[in-house]
Design a protein. Structure first.
Length: 157
């Protein structure tokens, strides 16, 4: 019994991610990202001395019809003032072979983290929000199961 307890404890502690401060995903019910669905993720910043990495999480299946995705992001403070906004792009599949990028744990579903801002410093503490909007030529992106946001402390290199 003790051995089982220690094995479970080791597994639990090895799964801890000390750099992650916030991570949440928004699942799309129809397994498709409709252009009008623009998920917003609210989070707090208390330390303005640290630097942070901000990511867009993408969960897609092999049914996604393109090799690449384009996403507009908008980072705002609690007053609605834009802190940063831009268009990001990521390859979800290798262009020539069509092999999916990312990690898979569910058969034909893959998870990726796309860098949005690296080693970013917030000017003031408070509440912030990150909004993602798909920016493709079609209103409905089949094969996109979820999009999410991750905030972590940046490692000092």
């Amino acid at each position: 019994m003790r051995i089982l307890f220690f094995l479970l404890l080791i597994v639990f502690l090895s799964g801890c991610d000390r750099s992650r401060l916030y991570e949440k995903n928004h699942d799309f019910e129809e397994r498709a990202w409709i252009v009008s669905d623009q998920p917003v993720f609210d989070f707090d910043i208390t330390d303005t001395v640290k630097t942070y990495n901000l990511y867009c999480n993408i969960r897609n299946s092999v049914k996604y019809p393109y090799s690449r995705i384009f996403i507009n992001y908008s980072l705002q403070d609690s007053t609605g003032t834009s802190v940063s906004k831009n268009l990001i792009s990521a390859f979800l599949f290798e262009e020539k072979t069509g092999k999916p990028f990312g990690s898979s744990g569910l058969g034909d579903v893959y998870d990726q983290q796309v860098p949005v801002l690296k080693k970013f410093k917030f000017n003031k503490p408070g509440k912030y929000s990150m909004k993602f909007e798909q920016f493709m030529r079609t209103d409905t992106l089949a094969g996109i199961h979820a999009v999410g946001f991750r905030l972590e402390t940046a490692s000092i290199e």
